[in-house]
Design a protein around this ligand. Structure first.
Ligand SMILES: [Zn+2]
Ligand SMILES: [Zn+2]
Length: 381
């Protein structure tokens, strides 16, 4: 049907026949996740209707739910979704009904020079994955438009997503594990493979051993890194880091992490990944970097943090500092590769899923993440 021809005011009639879905809605900043019902439009263009089976709780959603960053309300948050394709738009060619898919927040057009070069995170036209201003909204609640976080809005039984934000995965992969592939795991593995380009024999240090850090550690091990040093404040996380492939662990609450990493790596790491992203960790990360090596800024807990390296120190020792957004990933290239890593046993995705909660328990699920034994909590449908 031609949605452009719908006369203004027909929304109510139109909405009455739209499919509905239970969703966790944010109505106001700081108001928490409130169960409700949304209506979804039919897929147009390259859109795909997905029955969501699992959605990961990412800190980004929580941060944005509590800070006014200009997101229109009401909104459906959640961007780590996995599910089954229920319907496809007339121009979608990459997925079929019944496919198991993973959502990815990297919005990319797929056709610009950067996308074609495999640099989807630098796409010149990420808005190509969204509806235009003249199209009816994808989601409504009681007829009112609902904002869809990063084009996904995974805290809902159903999502309507552009196919460029979906990657088909094996039907054998459990949904709760698949859900993690589009954000945290992709960020960690991508940083090692696409940015640091870790090679056999390298020494790698990873500051922060949550989902991203553990994924990076597993990827470094798979790439043949000889020494992998995990740095964290929580002993539980350091235990997990060993299981993911860390050869050394540093409890930075008790030890000077710079001296410890230098000692463990024989003078510094070829690649240091700062997954925490505060001034102190970035500064320490630079001091842990071997001559010729790189500090990769992967996570950011404090967006205002800054560091001030001495220019000559960088030049003389040929160190680099590189920002890595979403693992510098091309989702369609990297997510299937990570799924293969998981299948081969190189990455224990199951160990990252600590607990599953219902759609009406999202606030509770986020509280569970304060426990250092909890890596990831997933909403299961
Ligand atoms: Zn995320
Ligand atoms: Zn592009």
């Amino acid at each position: 049907m031609n949605h452009d021809s719908l006369p203004f005011g027909s929304r109510t009639r139109y909405a009455a026949r739209m499919p509905t879905a239970r969703a966790a809605l944010i109505h106001e900043v700081g108001g928490g996740f409130v169960p409700g019902e949304i209506e979804l439009d039919d897929p147009i263009g390259r859109e795909v209707l997905v029955d969501v089976r699992a959605a990961g709780l990412c800190h980004t959603d929580l941060t944005m739910a509590h800070a006014d960053v200009g997101i229109p309300m009401p909104a459906v948050f959640g961007h780590e979704a996995a599910g089954v394709v229920a319907a496809v738009g007339p121009e979608a060619t990459g997925v079929a009904v019944g496919d198991h898919v993973v959502g990815c927040l990297v919005q990319h057009c797929g056709t610009c020079d950067r996308c074609r070069a495999g640099r989807a995170t630098l796409c010149r036209d990420p808005g190509a994955t969204l509806r235009g201003p003249d199209d009816p909204p994808r989601l409504t609640c009681g007829g009112e438009p609902v904002h869809q976080m990063v084009g996904i809005g995974g805290f809902a039984e159903r999502v309507l997503v552009d196919e460029r934000q979906l990657v088909v995965v094996s039907r054998e992969l459990p949904f709760a594990q698949a859900a993690l592939l589009g954000c945290g795991v992709l960020t960690g593995v991508g940083a090692v493979r696409n940015a640091a380009r870790v090679r056999p024999g390298d020494a790698v240090a990873v500051i922060g051993a949550g989902t991203v850090g553990l994924s990076a550690i597993a990827a470094a091990a798979a790439a043949g890194a000889q020494r992998i040093v995990a740095v964290d404040l929580a002993l539980e996380k350091l235990d997990a880091a060993r299981e993911f492939g860390a050869t050394h662990v540093v409890d930075s609450s008790a030890t000077d992490p710079v001296a410890a990493v230098r000692a463990a790596t024989g003078g510094g790491a070829d690649a240091v990944l700062d997954v925490v992203g505060i001034e102190q960790t970035a500064q320490q990360g630079l001091a842990m970097t071997a001559p010729g090596g790189g500090l990769y800024l992967v996570g950011v807990m404090d967006p205002t943090a800054r560091i001030s390296p001495k220019l000559f120190g960088l030049i003389q020792a040929q160190r680099r500092i590189e920002g890595v957004y979403m693992g510098g990933a091309d989702p369609r290239r990297d997510i299937p590769e990570i799924a293969r890593m998981a299948r081969s046993g190189a990455l224990d995705l199951g160990a990252l899923v600590s607990a599953e909660v219902g759609l009406d328990q999202i606030d509770e699920g986020y509280r569970m993440l304060h426990d250092p034994n909890v890596v990831r909590v997933v909403v299961a449908f």
